[in-house]
Design a binder for this molecule. Sequence first.
Ligand code: 5BZ
Length: 205
Amino acid sequence: TTTLGFVFKEGILLAVDSRASMGSFLSSEQVRKVIEINEYLLGTMAGGAADCQYWLAYLANHCRTYELKNGSKLSVAAASKFLQGILIGYKNSGLSMGCMIAGTDLSGQHLYYIDNDGMRLKGDIFSVGSGSTYAYDMILSLTEAVELGVRAIYHATHRDTASGGVVRVYHIHQNGWTKVHDGIDVVDLHYKFAQQKGLVGDGDE
Ligand SMILES: C#CCCCC(=O)N[C@@H](Cc1ccccc1)C(=O)N[C@@H](CC(C)C)B(O)O
């Protein structure tokens, strides 16, 4: 299984595969690994098919019951906390589950990771399942990652009066770390990006 979830400008994206396997036997290519808990909550499945299916259905039931009793919806945090509580209760009993709970509530969009160890993390990007390392590879190449880092810091320095000067970039990898940029002047970046955006004129934009 490969499941991926990440926060981006317009909200949260979930992407998953559909294979179920048992050793080398492929038991299904049609699995729905994104569970539609309700119209504002989604869950992803990795690990034991039955474990994930059963407990995410149980979570969906809990969410609906809560809504009917209280006339309001569970937050993403609360729904993921409920699932974590179940998995902690069954810790070391053999459940195999690596799930994401993602959705929107009164405080916005949120993404959580929960697993059978009882771990629960809030985050901006998770990839879960046997194929997750390959998914992470695809997220950004080094060049794209550096470019994103530089642009993000430049953007902040352009808006935040307390940020400025030069951009320094480091890449952490298997052999330690490498200094990618020791100081790109944000003013130079401004004109570079302005030119790329086709903003002509005296550059005072
Ligand atoms: C259909 C069917 C049989 C499914 C058996 C079954 O749970 N396979 C598991 C792998 C596994 C896990 C724990 C024990 C044994 C076998 C599987 O395919 N998991 C995928 C996700 C689920 C939701 C489909 B993925 O994580 O690879």
